[in-house]
Design a protein around this ligand. Structure first.
Ligand SMILES: Cc1cc2nc3c(=O)[nH]c(=O)nc-3n(C[C@H](O)[C@H](O)[C@H](O)COP(=O)(O)O)c2cc1C
Length: 401
């Protein structure tokens, strides 16, 4: 395989094998409607050569809304026209666009959603600890399944080439898959099969309404939590995804409680966390000045910083025949070429390199640039709680300091 060749996932035709991975944009209006600002961002990515765009996570129901700034929502038909305008515009550049859909489960705040926080089991999240989540009833699980299915059908109507279920990073579907957050003793918890049930039901019921429309998934193949997901079980899940008709698997890692496991950086951005996350920003400055160095000491940053999910992706690729995407620290064309040409991985996806340079793929292709300019400060992810997506390039805005 070559990076710069046309390729397919199901009937989606990719112009090359470098995908923009889902990146929360915070560019919806206050009611969750997509905006022109969001359209402009996707057009920059399409013009800049991305092989396909996966949107930031999009909410399937209000109680599962992101705690980050202004998530795009898709829980009502009213959201379709603006999204259709966006997909039409992106398609003019022959770039596929896939809608990532999610319910945040316990990784949100009722102060933001206006609803009680829900999860597979009533276990407090160490980061979003202000809310004790309530365990979902079976009826509520069924409503969530229906809302995922309705979101898939709206995505199809809005012209998206496919959807991606967000089953990674500690959000609701990931919470079901992990014994760390799923302690249920009914048919929705316990065995690997039972933990997967919510996903198999989404696929089963979606097929009845959208036929063979492409449905991809993003998973965390491992995390750093006691009783969390480990690669052996992720491989089992991958086989199950293939069996239920999943079109492709993007392999990521980590949950929020791990710290910045999913989007790694050399140093913990403790100053940004103190200034911009709800958890710390209201602390008195004396406490902040003591806590900042302590955070840096105790929240160890995982290594390696590059290609960090490649081993997991390779293990999964050995057991499934569907396309596999590796994400995480894939920031230079040498590694990307190597992975696609020699490691049997079908696609590579990137998030942070596209924030600083939406046209990075055409820069790679023209040979103008060999590596991303992203310095992995991760301010984009922390300040995303308050503001739309932007590259800060290691400079904290002064307002909250
Ligand atoms: C600002 C920001 C927002 C993100 N939003 C999402 C998201 O909405 N959905 C998702 O699956 N991953 C999200 N991620 C994780 C990325 O898709 C990706 O898995 C991670 O950043 C590692 O890839 P990278 O090293 O290329 O940045 C986000 C990452 C960042 C930095």
């Amino acid at each position: 395989m070559k990076v710069f060749e046309k390729s397919n996932i199901d009937k989606i035709c990719f112009s090359n094998r470098i995908i923009r991975s889902a990146t929360h944009e915070g560019m919806a209006d206050d009611d969750g409607f997509a905006t022109d600002e969001l359209k402009k961002l996707y057009l920059r990515l399409a013009k800049g050569g991305a092989g396909a765009i996966i949107t930031g996570y999009t909410g399937i129901q209000p109680d599962g809304k992101s705690p980050l700034y202004n998530m795009t929502m898709i829980h009502k038909d009213e959201f379709i026209p603006k999204l259709k305008e966006i997909t039409d515009a992106v398609h003019e550049y022959e770039t596929p666009i896939i809608l990532q859909i999610a319910h945040c489960g316990r990784q949100t705040r009722s102060k933001i959603t206006g609803f009680p926080t829900l999860a597979p089991s009533a276990i407090r999240d160490k980061f979003y600890s202000e809310d004790m989540p309530r365990a979902l009833t079976v009826e509520e699980i069924n409503t969530i399944i229906s809302n995922f299915v309705s979101a898939i059908s709206r995505a199809k109507k809005a012209g998206f080439d496919g959807v991606q279920l967000h089953a990674a990073h500690g959000y609701l579907l990931n919470q079901f898959l992990s014994s760390h957050s799923n302690r249920r003793t009914d048919e929705w918890g316990g065995s690997t099969q039972n933990k997967f049930r919510i996903i198999s039901e989404i696929f089963k019921r979606a097929r009845e309404s959208v036929g063979n429309y492409p449905i991809l998934v993003k998973i965390s193949a491992y995390d750093n939590q006691k009783n969390g997901i480990r690669i052996d079980e992720a491989v089992e899940f991958a086989k199950m995804f293939q069996d239920v008709g999943c079109s492709g698997i993007e392999v990521s890692s980590g949950v929020f409680e791990d710290g910045l496991y999913t989007m790694r950086s050399e140093a913990l951005p403790a100053e940004a966390a103190m200034a911009y996350t709800f958890k710390y920003k209201t602390l008195p400055s004396i406490i902040k000045s003591i806590a900042t160095p302590l955070l840096k000491i105790f929240l160890k940053q995982p290594k390696p910083l590059l290609k960090f999910n490649l081993d997991a992706a390779e293990q999964i690729k050995k057991t499934v025949d569907i396309p596999v995407i590796t994400v995480g620290g894939m920031n230079n064309i040498k590694d990307i070429n190597h992975v696609v040409e020699n490691e049997n991985i079908d696609f590579v996806s990137m998030a942070r390199p596209f924030i600083i340079q939406p046209n990075i793929v055409s820069q790679f292709q023209k040979g103008d640039q060999a590596a991303s300019k992203c310095i992995m400060c991760n301010y984009c992810s922390l300040i995303g709680e308050e503001r739309p997506l932007k590259c800060y390039y290691g400079k904290l805005p002064k307002e909250n300091l």
